[in-house]
Write a protein that binds this ligand. Structure first.
Ligand code: PLP
Length: 455
């Protein structure tokens, strides 16, 4: 599926000027990478790097997700939503696998072009764009872009009259954690007049897009949305347009837990519905973000402090000997613990939902978990149950690749978390993956040798 020859990414057309520190790729299971890293740290020497949260990215997961997509939704071309996680190796692997990219800004477009992706494989999927960014897209021949209002049409007429326009419509996002319809999407009532304005301005409308909302937990939302898109296709046809692109957006679950929504459940109804409503000459793309990025990243965080909350609500301050000898109060004496952990959490890395990794089988106690900043909204959860933890212990959270690294801030002067890479599948596919990554590595080294250090 897609090009297996990422060496083209390093051809002479490759644009100089970008920077990447090519990281080493481990070949161990994620838990071994976590363990090795933690055991290699000398916390007693109090080196600051030893306490920082870090991610482990398992690149096999990206590869596996792509295989899953291609097997279950072969008609729909994924354009990865860069905003979800612009990790450089993740982007390069997806480019090597042949996906397209959904970019939301000039920097995202630049990043994707700089790894050698063809402009035709990019959709500028932000319905409200800065004028200078539209001009940038025009200069670099990134033609596909979305709109949902008439002002945007006038802007595009001025800065990129040859753009290929995709009308973003509103859908029912009530079944999603992140309701993007609060901000974007034209109501069906307004689509007729928007198309007429586009016609008046002699603009080239090629299709319809929607987004059912990020973290969608009802697969039927996709079905409702494709019916709305079909309505607009028909309306456009009556107005003399010949639309040929359907963009079904993001919101695809990566979960394999059959009790909730899964990618399999979405694919089972979405694929056939599209086939029944849209003839084969209609090109269908999607903008998955979370689906690709979430399962690939695990974050490990270090407990930097513990506060014991007494039954009367006071916080007991323990001296270090008490902590180290674990003479902390029993559950009868107190109502729980507050753990502060390293890593830019509420403010960045963990803004969303997370799951705990391993259940250690020990007695658990009520606790709350907080980030390290001085702000009290820096709270991960107020209602958790964990075995007693001590400062110096580590927690890890799986499936943390979506909207985490990209949203990390340096509020209060805390550092962003590093990423360690691994790839471990033992099947034949992985030989291809490693070959791809090997070529990527060799390509970069060659590039460095031939062209020198990028500017
Ligand atoms: N496309 C657009 C326009 C978006 O705004 C988003 C997320 O905000 C995505 C795609 C990716 O969504 P998800 O990560 O839920 O797949």
């Amino acid at each position: 599926y897609g090009s297996k020859s990422p060496s083209s990414l390093f051809s002479s057309e490759h644009k100089p000027g970008y920077q990447i520190d090519l990281p080493a790729i481990n070949m161990l299971p994620v838990k071994d990478v976590l363990r090795n890293r933690i055991l290699s740290l000398d916390i007693d020497r109090c080196e600051s790097d030893a306490e920082n949260a870090f991610f482990v990215a398992n690149l096999d997961e990206v590869y596996n997700q792509h295989f899953r997509w291609k097997s279950l939704l072969p008609r729909i071309e994924p354009f990865y939503a860069v905003k979800c996680n612009p990790d450089p190796l993740l982007l390069r692997l997806l480019a090597a696998l042949g996906t397209g990219f959904d970019c939301a800004s000039k920097v995202e477009i630049q990043t994707v072009l700089d790894i050698g992706v063809d402009p035709s494989k990019i959709i500028y999927a932000n319905p409200c764009k800065q004028a200078s960014f539209v001009r940038y897209a025009a200069e670099h021949n990134v033609r596909m872009m979305t709109f949902d209002n008439s002002d945007e049409l006038y802007k595009i007429k001025r800065y990129f009259p040859d753009a290929q326009l995709v009308l973003r419509i509103l859908t029912d996002d009530s079944m999603s954690l992140c309701k993007l319809g609060l901000k974007f999407g034209a109501s069906l009532d307004s689509t007729g007049s928007l198309l007429q304005t586009a016609r008046k301005l002699d603009l080239n409308v090629i299709g319809v897009s929607f987004h059912v909302g990020s973290g969608c937990y009802d697969e039927n939302a996709f079905i409702d949305a494709v019916h709305r898109a079909k309505f607009v296709f028909d309306l456009a046809s009556e107005l003399g347009f010949n639309l040929y692109l359907l963009d079904v957006g993001g919101g695809f679950s990566h979960s394999r837990d059959c009790d909730g929504i899964t990618f399999e459940k979405i694919a089972a109804i979405l694929g056939p519905e599209i086939d029944s409503l849209f003839p084969p000459n209609v090109r269908v793309i999607a903008e998955p973000g979370r689906y690709y990025a979430a399962p690939a990243f695990t974050i490990a965080t270090h407990i930097i402090a513990r506060r014991t909350v007494l039954s009367n609500g006071d916080v007991q301050t323990l001296d270090m000997d008490t902590v180290l000898n674990d003479e902390s109060p029993t559950q009868e004496d107190h109502s729980g613990y507050m753990y502060l952990q390293a890593g830019d959490f509420r403010w960045g890395n963990v803004g969303g939902i997370f799951t705990f990794g391993e259940n250690l089988g020990e007695p658990v106690y009520d606790c709350s978990i907080w980030g390290p900043t001085c702000d009290s909204i820096d709270c991960i959860t107020t209602t958790s149950n964990l075995p007693v933890l001590l400062p110096g212990d580590w927690l890890y959270f799986e499936e943390m690749g979506a909207y985490t690294i990209c949203a990390a801030s340096q509020f209060n002067g805390f550092k962003k978390s590093n990423v360690i890479y691994t790839a471990t599948n033992s099947e034949d596919d992985v030989e291809d993956l490693m070959e791809d990554l090997w070529i990527l590595c060799v390509g970069f080294r060659l590039h460095y040798q031939l062209v020198g250090q990028p500017n």
